[in-house]
Write a protein that binds this ligand. Structure first.
Ligand code: A2P
Length: 415
């Protein structure tokens, strides 16, 4: 009767606060609401998390993929995790709690064992990149080792008489490497502290420039940043990082971390087609992909590009001028304006329906990838429109949707 009592061990799911960029993707993805956050950290509730892994592939930094073996009764609580500035090391377990005799496997199976999350947790978009995407670098520069970039340009790209103050900001990295791909993002560390006296955490911005630089051959990149003056409910709110960035002057320096993102990447094989659907600053990755393709016109390798771009008015649509100068045989541009005087209100999903035959033709081609970036609300609208376009022609959307997801050909980045 003196055998040691079995110890209940948990393979506890944790988020690394040093790498997490607080993008909220994990909290949105978690099918059981195990992830929560405060103004400092994103954390996982050990009493709720069932280790389903749905949150792991969408995380742009990999900060979500951290696990510690702990005695279940001593699991790190949500409160403890909210106070962390870094992950704790591995704890030593009591001798009678050898991992193979524990519940670790049933609590949180080996991440590598999961090709994709369970069907109930299936996100709308793919969690893998297109097969031919170039290999991305991620997390080269972190909160502890940020890179310093110099501002070499900061221009407003919306009409000065409009409420939408959107800036095109060019950052130069000098001699140091900062390799990126279209569709990736970076984090900006704004100076100063939050209300609790802690340094501001990083804010994430998608690149608006292609892999070879805002200016081809230069070690620079660009961002599309909207000055935040209101919250989603319309109440006055001061966006810490967006205001900092929009007010930067030439030669100012900025602390940058990243790059981030390993799935929202463009195909790299010849004659791949892109359907790009965006609103407002969601145009950043579309600009990057379009510019990458434009620089390759003449190689005979550029497929078809179709763009659906939503904004309130022409003057509030970032990059309107340069966009309209692109050759029409290179990109099929569809602008959905919602508040243009004298015109009916239109959203991107309305235009997808209007262009059903062309959309269908592209969807029928296995070389087509779809990218959606912008307001959260458009996600459902776009999915409904794509479904309708297929159903009208007697096609089964759910089968195609699964194929698009599995093949990394349908990507969402909404906020
Ligand atoms: P709206 O005029 O109804 O706000 P914003 O300028 O706020 O970033 O928005 C960009 C564009 O996206 C606007 O035209 C806006 O229209 C539109 N929009 C708002 N909600 C949705 C939605 N659920 N689906 C598609 N577009 C939307």
């Amino acid at each position: 009767m003196n055998a040691p009592l079995p110890v209940d061990v948990l393979k506890q799911h944790l988020i690394d606060p040093e790498i997490c960029i607080r993008c909220n993707t994990c909290e949105e993805t978690c099918p059981v609401d195990a992830i929560t956050h405060d103004s400092a950290n994103y954390v996982v509730d050990p009493d709720i998390c069932n280790g389903c892994m749905a949150c792991v592939p969408p995380c742009p930094t990999g900060s979500i993929d951290n696990w510690r073996l702990v005695v279940r009764a001593e699991a790190y609580s949500v409160q403890e995790q909210l106070g962390w500035e870094e992950l704790p090391g591995e704890k030593s377990l009591p001798a009678q709690a050898a991992p193979e005799s524990t519940q670790a496997e049933s609590a949180a199976p080996d991440p590598a064992a999961f090709a994709e999350p369970p069907a109930a947790a299936m996100p709308a978009g793919a969690s893998v990149p297109p097969w031919s995407a170039a290999h991305p670098y991620v997390n080269l520069y972190t909160h502890k080792t940020p890179m310093t970039a110099t501002v070499v340009g900061n221009y407003r790209v919306t009409g000065t008489d409009t409420e939408s103050d959107i800036h095109h900001i060019v950052l130069d990295f000098g001699e140091l490497p900062f390799p990126v791909l279209e569709g990736q993002s970076i984090g900006i560390l704004p100076p100063g502290e939050d209300a609790q006296g802690r340094p501001h955490h990083a804010r994430q911005y998608s690149l608006a420039s292609p892999r070879d630089g805002e200016r081809a051959g230069y070690n620079n990149l660009s961002l599309t940043v909207k000055r935040v003056t209101q919250d989603y409910g319309g109440a006055a709110a001061h966006g810490v990082c967006s205001n900092y960035l929009c007010d930067l002057a030439k030669n100012d320096t900025v602390r940058v971390i990243g790059p981030f993102g390993h799935t929202f990447l463009m195909p790299n094989h010849p004659r791949a087609n892109l359907i790009m659907i965006c609103t407002g600053t969601g145009s950043a990755p579309m600009r990057a992909m379009t510019e990458r393709s434009r620089r390759r016109i003449g190689t005979g390798e550029v497929g078809r590009l179709m763009l659906f771009f939503g904004a309130r008015t022409e003057r509030e649509l970032p990059y309107f001028g340069p966009l309209m100068k692109l050759p029409r045989d290179f990109i099929d541009i569809n602008l959905a304006l919602s508040r243009e005087a004298g015109q009916p209100k239109r959203y991107v999903q309305d235009l997808i329906r209007e262009r059903a035959p062309a959309v269908r033709e592209l969807l029928a081609d296995r070389n087509t990838c779809i990218y959606v970036c912008g307001l959260k609300g458009m996600e459902v609208g776009v999915l409904d429109a794509l479904r309708e376009v297929m159903v009208q022609a007697g096609e089964d959307w759910s089968i195609l949707h699964d194929v698009l997801r599995r093949e990394g050909r349908l990507h969402f980045e909404t906020y």
